[in-house]
Each structure stands twice: as C-alpha cells, then as structure tokens.
Design a binder for this molecule. Structure first.
Ligand SMILES: [Fe+2]
Ligand SMILES: [Fe+2]
Length: 224
C-alpha cells in the first residue's frame, strides 16, 4: 500500500489510500498539469484549481464519485495542449492578431491529440472533455461549435471552473478580480457561455469553492 498523500502536495483529491489505475492516471495528470502551468507565472496553480473546482461542482450536481474523479483528472489536463502554443502568444500583453488567435484555438485539439494514445483517457471520456472545454453552451465556442447538451457534461463543468480560476488570476492583459466579481460574471453568462445547471450547482457550493481556493493558494486576497 502506498499512501497517495505523499505524492500530492496541494491536491485535495486524497480519498484513496491504495494505488489503482485511476490513482496512477490522476498522479500523471496532476504532474502534466503542473508542467503546463509552469510555462507561465500567470497560470501558477490554474490546472490544480480547475481540477478541484470541477470535482466539487460535479459532486454538487449529483454525479457519482467515479465520474467526478474522471472530471477532476480532465481538469488537471485541460490545457495540456498549450504546450503547442508559442510563449510569445501565451504571454502577450496586448490583443492577439488572427494568426496568434489561431494558435490559441488549436490548443484543445492539440491536447486531445497528446492524450489520445492513453487508452483509458480516451475510453473514459477524458480526451473529449479536454477537446471540448472551450465550447460554449450557445454554440459559439471552439473547436467544434458544439451546443448545449451536445457538449460533454464534464467539458461544460470544466468550462465554468476554467473561467472562474482565470478571472481570479492576473493575466498579462488584465488584473485579477475578486471572487464576488467572478461569480457575478459567471451568472451573467448563464445560458450563453455556461450550462445553467452547472451555474446553479456552482452557486449552491460557492462558499465551499471559495474555501478550496483559499487552501490551494493561501495568502491571496482574491477569494476574500
Ligand atoms: Fe488532483
Ligand atoms: Fe484552455
């Protein structure tokens, strides 16, 4: 028996005491998510935050623990395709030109292509969650323009978690905003960017998520 705590410094996902296939997948996913976050000081802990927020929302929606674990793993991996985006684009402080924007729009497909050889990620829907995390509920997202429930549920959950974490972090082109402002923005985008049921589940546990974010990134006033 190996205690999973020993390999998981920040992650709250510590409910397994023995190594299973899912545990190993989770550990690799956390490692890869940390690697992509390390490319950019602005995105420190972003994948960790997305994984935790998405997991909590999934459970709040009544999704079973096994499926919620898969959504958590997809949260760690959601931006792995940014390995294919030049740093000059990721770290640009001004508006992106069309060529640069095309690099950004490719990262969900790049991520899916990176992960697809791992059969369990493919068969458990994680590749699809990663591929579709920038779809919008109104069909105006990318890469496929999927709409509503055609978007995998895990991807709809990760989309909200991704936006919440991003709003709370500084970016080269704008400062971080606080948790209350982020909640208001998410509610304002209900039915357009976000699945209304996911927004409701998020609002039901907003204080829990605020606490989780304080645990992951202590000392930050953004979640006060
Ligand atoms: Fe994790
Ligand atoms: Fe992304």
């Amino acid at each position: 028996m190996i205690n999973k705590k020993s390999s998981c410094s920040k992650c709250l996902y510590r409910n397994q005491s023995t190594i299973t296939a899912t545990t190993v997948l989770h550990q690799f996913s956390e490692s890869l998510g940390t690697a992509i976050d390390a490319k950019d000081p602005f995105t420190s802990l972003h994948s960790e935050e997305v994984a935790e927020i998405a997991h909590s929302i999934a459970l709040s929606m009544g999704i079973g623990p096994g499926e919620a674990d898969l959504i958590h793993i997809a949260g760690h991996l959601h931006d792995i395709g940014k390995i294919g985006v030049p740093d000059t684009v990721l770290k640009k402080s001004g508006p992106l030109n069309e060529t640069e924007w095309q690099f950004i729009k490719k990262h969900p497909d790049t991520g899916a292509n990176i992960l697809r050889p791992v059969v369990s990620l493919l068969e458990n829907g994680i590749v699809d969650m990663v591929r579709h995390h920038h779809e919008r509920y109104d069909g105006k997202g990318y890469p496929c323009g999927l709409k509503g429930e055609a978007i995998p549920l895990g991807a709809r959950i990760i989309a909200l978690a991704d936006s919440l974490s991003a709003i709370l972090q500084n970016r080269p082109y704008r400062p971080a905003r606080n948790f209350d402002d982020a909640m208001a923005e998410i509610v304002n985008c209900t039915g357009r960017q976000f699945d209304p049921d996911v927004v409701t589940a998020f609002m039901d546990i907003s204080e829990k998520i605020r606490s989780i974010l304080k645990f992951i990134g202590p000392g930050q006033d953004r979640v006060a």
